[in-house]
Design a protein around this ligand. Structure first.
Ligand code: UD1
Ligand code: CA
Length: 456
């Protein structure tokens, strides 16, 4: 069975009040439409067609790698019209499933169930029961409980408005029959739109039994129409991610205060304090702790790492047992080996720091190679940039760099070398020796501090 998926994404999204098309607004760091595309691919869809319209090429450009065909719906004449535009792209499919670009949290399991539960007939609809069905299309059934048709809120009679089984919009159908039905939909209704929901009546008129199934949660089928609904779904989704982390053995100091905008893999007994933001792919080893207000992006922390408050780690690797922060910034290609200490107000970029070395206070280390057991004193700066090019600093094992030194790259400090505090090192500092550049200290004997004159 070849399953084709049509994703409707041509809506204007007026209530977002945005220059960005609605389906490009982000949930958990990814465009709404990306979530839906992922769900379609998770189902093993043989072909995915996205119907876009508002915002011109912005949507296909933003998701150029989506592995789908893009169908432009120049005029938004209704959901039935939108599906009709995409049917030619479905020509070689057996069944077609309709999804929505602004309904991001639909679960592939639910869609699989919809497809499976309705496999023995030509049309299946995902419906749900709501205490307040206002705004939704109502599912009208006959006395025996068979679905007859769906009536939109605006077209419904008083009695039909009382029905609380509603249409979620998700349908699956035999491809050939769906093509026939959508070609026969008219727009003789209050909104003068071609309603996809009219397919249900056309099917029952053709003697087709319409099967239904329900989602696990209402959030799965909730659409985003404005930024309030987007924020609600974001919180719901984040809470679910937090719950699954806790089930996997992670302690969250507050599951309501973590934001995962990417993927987070944690080994056992990781403790995450409040206000952590995760972006890209992040892995954290067993027993590691991350303090409050940290940002982790595309990074890997080994086991037993301690990241203290307000640290930012981006594109970096931190080895087992290392300590980072508070207020540390590790930038791309910072490779910090086991048991290192990276302290407050230290920035490290594109540098390898071998096991057990310490950069504890107020330093910038860029384009450097630092050996094991090195102590980089407070305020040490690698002067890696001459205004045109970047240069490397190499520091050998067990070197000791005195506080407030400037290492003017390209430069090498030998193993076991000591650099006197306040030095500007621009030539090689030999191993095992003390090197310092320092003007001699003078004391001016008869000098007097100026005294303020008192006013008369
Ligand atoms: C639709 C259903 C309704 C259901 C509700 C669930 C119809 C006629 N009604 O109503 O029964 O209860 O969803 O949320 O289908 N779109 C296009 N092109 C168009 C029109 C719409 O791509 O020409 C897209 C929109 O971007 C949107 C989706 O289809 O994502 C639904 O369209 P909308 O007009 O919002 O339908 P509803 O009134 O919500
Ligand atoms: Ca809608």
């Amino acid at each position: 069975m070849k399953l084709g998926v049509i994703i409707l994404a041509a809506g204007k999204g007026t209530r977002m009040r945005s220059a960005l098309p609605k389906v490009l607004h982000r949930l958990a760091g990814r465009p709404l439409l990306r979530h839906v595309l992922d769900a379609a691919h998770a189902l093993g869809a043989a072909k995915v067609a996205v119907v876009f319209g508002h915002g011109g090429e912005q949507v296909p450009n933003a998701l150029a790698d989506a592995g789908c065909v893009w169908i432009e719906q120049a005029e938004r004449l209704g959901t039935g019209h939108a599906v009709r535009q995409a049917m030619p792209a479905m020509a070689d499919m057996d069944r077609v499933l309709v999804l929505y670009g602004d309904v991001p949290l639909i679960e592939p399991e639910t869609l699989n169930r919809l497809v499976a539960d309705t496999a023995d007939t030509d049309l299946g609809v995902l419906t749900m029961l709501l205490n307040d069905p206002t705004g939704y299309g109502r599912v009208v059934r006959d006395k025996r409980g068979q679905v007859l048709r769906i009536v939109e809120q605006k077209d419904a009679s008083e009695a039909e408005l009382g029905i609380n089984e509603v249409n979620t919009g998700f349908i699956v159908a035999d491809r050939a029959r769906l093509g026939d039905w959508v070609s026969r939909i008219g727009n003789d209704n209050v909104q003068h739109e071609y309603y996809l929901t009219d397919v249900i009546k056309l099917a029952t008129d053709d003697g087709v039994r319409v099967a239904t199934t329900q989602p696990e949660t209402i959030q799965e089928v909730a659409g985003v129409n404005d930024r309030l609904q987007l924020a609600e779904l974001e919180r719901y989704h984040q809470r679910r991610l937090a719950d699954s982390l806790m089930r996997a053995g992670v302690t969250l100091m507050d599951p309501a205060r973590i934001d995962i905008r990417g993927s987070l893999e944690c080994e056992r007994d990781v403790v995450l304090d409040i206000n952590l933001v995760v972006e890209g792919r992040v892995r954290i080893g067993a027993g590691s702790r991350v303090g409050p207000n940290c940002v982790l992006q595309d990074c890997e922390l080994g086991a037993g790492v301690c990241v203290s408050a307000n640290s930012i780690i981006e594109g970096a690797r931190v080895g087992a047992g290392a300590r980072v922060g508070p207020f540390a910034r590790l930038r791309p290609d910072a490779d910090i080996a086991e048991d290192c200490h990276i302290g407050n107000f230290v920035e490290i970029k594109k540098s390898r720091i071998a096991a057990g070395s310490k950069v504890n206070h107020l330093s910038y280390i860029g384009d450097a190679e630092i050996g094991t057991g090195v102590n980089v004193g407070a305020g040490t700066i690698t002067c890696n940039y001459d205004g045109a090019d970047k240069h490397r600093t190499v520091i050998g094992d067990n070197a000791f760099i005195g506080s407030n030194s400037a290492l003017v790259a390209p430069v090498t400090v030998g193993a076991g070398a000591t650099i006197g505090a306040g030095s500007v090192v621009s030539r090689e500092a030999p191993p095992e020796k003390l090197t310092l550049t320092r003007s001699p200290q003078v004391t001016v004997e008869h000098w007097q501090r100026p005294v303020k004159r008192t006013k008369q």
